[in-house]
Design a protein around this ligand. Structure first.
Ligand code: 13P
Ligand code: SF4
Length: 299
């Protein structure tokens, strides 16, 4: 199957982008694996004709907005993001109308429609920089309330007013899970994703995106880490850094929507060029501003 995927990839001039929460077998065929920021940068840069996005719907949609002339494929249409689905255009407009004349930042985990109504987009790895770049004393943030609150805690003098969305996978990680694992592994450092609840974040030694967590673990002299994010990150850390020990904070930290794809789905995506993701051109025209502005600020 791997050989067939690699052959089709070459024949069709396709590129495979994979998020670090995907089933690890996907890495065998992926051109780029990483966090949301890295993958959107790669989607904007690629000269391929086809982008196969092994991730969730909003990621493929973002890739299509950034590369409108390319064919963007999502191998399994069931791959949604529960957080992104927590706010639609109408709900965002209502949220904005309650707080007029305040710039709006949307997390990349949002629909194209929502992105089209925001001033700037962000990911977990650049959210602090993006909010700060606005130079405003108050900022609206949607849909992740926990990422928004964490950003606020990192900046002095900026009020972040958050929409009440959240990631169900990260909220399944409880502070007790960290406390229990810390009792068993007192030397371990706790690395957490900012989508976690603030009571979890308070117990963390480092907070960052999926790639941020992986880079921290690689560079640290410590040998043990408690990982408070999705299972895929632990699997990759265990594969790449065999001299270190990684402790999954909770068996519940799995995003079911990130796990639909297997090699067979990637093969079918390439073979039948399915499932093509399109974005309404009017929405895309507005949404691209918030994404490109983010990429510019990110550098
Ligand atoms: P990052 O990959 O940007 O850390 O985001 C995590 C996530 O939840 C993607 O859906
Ligand atoms: Fe969405 Fe959470 Fe899954 Fe990421 S981990 S895709 S935010 S539901």
């Amino acid at each position: 199957m791997i050989e067939e995927i690699l052959r089709l990839k070459k024949e069709k001039n396709a590129v495979i982008l994979a998020h670090s929460y995907q089933n690890i077998e996907i890495d065998e065929v992926a051109d780029f694996v990483g966090d949301s920021l890295y993958l959107s940068q790669m989607a904007a840069k690629t000269s391929a004709d086809i982008i196969v996005f092994a991730g969730v719907y909003f990621m493929a949609e973002t890739a299509k907005i950034l590369s409108p002339t390319k064919k963007v494929l999502l191998p399994r249409l069931e791959s949604g993001c529960l957080m992104a689905d927590m706010v639609n255009l109408e709900q965002l407009r209502e949220f904005k109308s309650k707080h007029p004349n305040i710039p709006t930042v949307c997390y990349i985990n949002s629909t194209a429609e929502v992105k089209s109504e925001c001033d700037i987009c962000c990911t977990s790895s650049n959210a602090v920089k993006i909010v700060e770049s606005l130079g405003a004393r108050e900022v609206l943030f949607a849909p992740d309330t926990y990422l928004g609150k964490w950003v606020e805690s990192q900046l002095s003098g900026i009020k972040v007013i958050t929409y009440p969305g959240y990631c169900p996978t990260h909220l399944r990680i409880k502070p007790e899970d960290i406390i229990n694992q810390k009792k068993k592994h007192p030397q371990a450092l706790v690395l957490a994703h900012p989508e976690c609840h603030q009571e979890v974040i308070k117990l963390a030694d480092y907070v960052g995106s999926t790639t941020g967590i992986m880079n921290f673990a690689e560079k640290s002299d410590n040998k043990q880490f408690i990982i408070a994010t999705e299972l895929g990150v632990i699997e990759r850390l265990e594969r790449d850094f065999k001299d270190k020990e990684f402790i999954l904070v909770s068996p519940n930290a799995v995003c079911p929507n990130m796990k639909w794809n297997h090699l067979e789905d990637i093969l079918n995506a390439l073979k039948y060029e399915q499932y093509e993701i399109n974005v309404d051109p009017e929405i895309a025209k507005k949404a691209i501003h918030s994404i490109e502005r983010m990429l510019k600020v990110s550098g």
